[in-house]
Design a protein around this ligand. Structure first.
Ligand SMILES: NC(=O)c1ccc[n+]([C@@H]2O[C@H](COP(=O)([O-])OP(=O)(O)OC[C@H]3O[C@@H](n4cnc5c(N)ncnc54)[C@H](OP(=O)(O)O)[C@@H]3O)[C@@H](O)[C@H]2O)c1
Length: 231
């Protein structure tokens, strides 16, 4: 591609992270993964010449913000992956990240993942989504609180930053069929689950296209139109 981006990926070691890093590399971008467990990246990815891997904790902001300063896009796929996730881990991290981004003359295009636990005023009632969010609230309360807290923190501190918080429901594996539709829960084009590879396509396309439609917004991704008959 004509203008390869320098993309910083957070949460790159989960299944969605791996397919996103792989796609960005396939598209010729320079990718940096900042991760606490880099060994979770597949061996073939780790040997890619366009991939830089930096090991660190989210609390290591001195090192992490150096990477933020030298990238032109951030994809954060960070999310609680343990039932006993401690409330506030991500909320505190994003508060610091947004404060740092505000200090930059030209902040990077930033895509942050969230879930349907974080509501939008544009959402409509959807029974299955409500049941899932209620189950998460009961069974993984720390994770629920952190996800909601992150969305509130970003909303409060986003200002004019080029950030999109994209929310997802259930994630599936497989090849996928295209790019998800950005919409809101309960709308006519909404589906609860979608393919990780499709989400990766959407993220990379958002960066490559320079699309500003979803900047400052909190859409919910939904399966590509061609997929809907099966959901
Ligand atoms: N699975 C689903 O159906 C589903 C549904 C809704 C939303 N989501 C969200 O979608 C995203 C991708 O999900 P996934 O299932 O593909 O992968 P995942 O395993 O949930 O990925 C989570 C990523 O966040 C990192 N992470 C978690 N806690 C961390 C912490 N305290 N400090 C630093 N890094 C931390 C993980 O790092 P480690 O590899 O080191 O643990 C991993 O890279 C996540 O944000 C998840 O919450 C998933």
């Amino acid at each position: 591609m004509a203008n390869p981006s320098s993309i910083l990926v957070l949460g790159g070691t989960g299944p969605l992270g791996v397919v996103t890093v792989r796609l960005a590399l396939e598209h010729g971008h320079n990718v940096t993964v900042f991760a606490r467990n880099p060994s979770k990246l597949p061996v073939d990815l780790r040997s890619s010449s366009n991939l830089t891997i930096v090991e660190g904790q989210l609390s290591d902001t001195a090192n992490l913000f150096k990477l933020v300063d030298s990238c032109n896009a951030i994809i954060s796929l960070l999310g609680p992956n343990q039932l006993w996730h401690k409330t506030g881990v991500f909320q505190g991290f994003y508060r610091n990240l947004l404060e740092h981004l505000q200090s930059l003359e030209s902040p990077p295009r930033t895509l942050l993942i969230s879930t349907i636990s974080a509501p939008s005023p544009l959402d409509k009632f959807h029974l299955l989504a409500w049941l899932i969010v209620t189950a998460v609230y009961i069974l993984a309360h720390g994770a629920y609180n952190d996800v909601v807290g992150v969305a509130e923190t970003v909303e409060k501190n986003i200002g004019n930053l080029p950030i999109t918080v994209f929310r997802v429901g259930g994630l599936l594996n497989g090849e996928g069929t295209g790019q998800p539709v950005a919409t809101y829960v309960g709308h006519s084009d909404y589906t609860l689950s979608m393919n990780r590879k499709d989400i990766a396509r959407w993220c990379v396309a958002q960066i490559e296209s320079g699309d500003t439609t979803w900047i400052g917004k909190f859409p919910c991704l939904s399966a590509p139109a061609v997929d809907k008959k099966t959901r």
